[in-house]
Design a protein around this ligand. Sequence first.
Ligand code: SAM
Length: 379
Amino acid sequence: MAESIINQWGQGVPADRLLRQALRTEKEMLPRHKAAVVERVYTFFRWKGCLNQSRPLNQQIRMARELDADFRSHAGKIPSEVLKQTIPDWSFNCLKVTREWLVQIQRPALVWLRSPRGGMHRLERFFRKDIQVVGEGPWRKAFRYFGRHDLFQTPLFEQGAYEIQDLASQCVGHFCQPTSGESWWDMCAGEGGKTLHLADLLEGKGCVWATDKSAWRLQRLKRRAARAGMFNYQSAQWETGKPLPFKRKFDGILIDAPCSGLGTWQRHPDARWTTQLDDVRDLAERQWECLNAAVGALKPGGKLVYAVCTLTRQETQSVVKRFERAHPDFIPWPWKGQEPHLPDCHGEASSKDRHGLTLLPHQWKANGMFMVRWRKTKD
Ligand SMILES: C[S@@+](CC[C@H](N)C(=O)[O-])C[C@H]1O[C@@H](n2cnc3c(N)ncnc32)[C@H](O)[C@@H]1O
């Protein structure tokens, strides 16, 4: 089965979607056999850059698994030159590639859950030893998951008691610091991971407008919101360059912008081999368009948050510099004092004003993420 999924992958559908489609129909297959298929597919993509592509696929998969076994038994001894082949050449022009990062993205990604209001105790009772709370304060709703359940199939999932959401994505919601009663626009809401989080942090008071250019993603958002019992939101299909679907102004705008996704290369190793340098340039431009679309829709004093799950300079720092030069009426909104306190995790301030935060996968054991926040001074 792993071979057939890898063969289909060349046609543009991401590996995680192919895996979900293929395994959903295998009702008789044992969970550990399903896990073995997932492991083979992801191991292949993690080591793809080191494999001899002229060999038959089954031999390449075997080779990938041997490399992986070596790596797991003594990661410290794997030469950096080998690790460098696990990412595409163009990426070396976009960020400072460190050995720590390369080692981290060769490991299977951890699974993180978020429990909305009221879901936490049910989660602890149901999963028991399979989950662990990661931190204090708001982070008591972030759980690391260790078990082998199909997390999309449990009764608690159906009841909306948790969302499967990476820790770095959860950090974006907290970084927005919404307060109860505010109005927020989640501009690139996609399937609503962050819309749901913002709505939860608003404690049911206030409202989130969710827009996205993709109608099918917004459909999924509606299903998720219904499951979570979340009704303080509105959604509309919209994309940059088109007239806004509302006339109002917001207390806060989150731009979780389309990006090259380098920060997710641990969780989605196949994405390393689909993105190109040209995409990085195009996506930086798209992010700039999104930021400009937000400017007029924010109230004076309003909060603007820009987040991307990537680490390329072209998209992160360069976009921020360009925006700050063009819009001096947006002033840094420092996060000092509100940074998340998690054991063994620390983010790096990505600006001297401390209004930016970079989360690196080897520091957070989660996706890489870059985020910056400002306040608007006047209209
Ligand atoms: C990083 S994803 C958002 C993920 C989502 N916020 C979540 O937490 O699940 C970026 C989203 O931007 C949308 N998008 C891409 N280009 C866009 C544009 N020009 N205008 C509006 N949305 C866009 C994509 O459809 C995609 O859903």
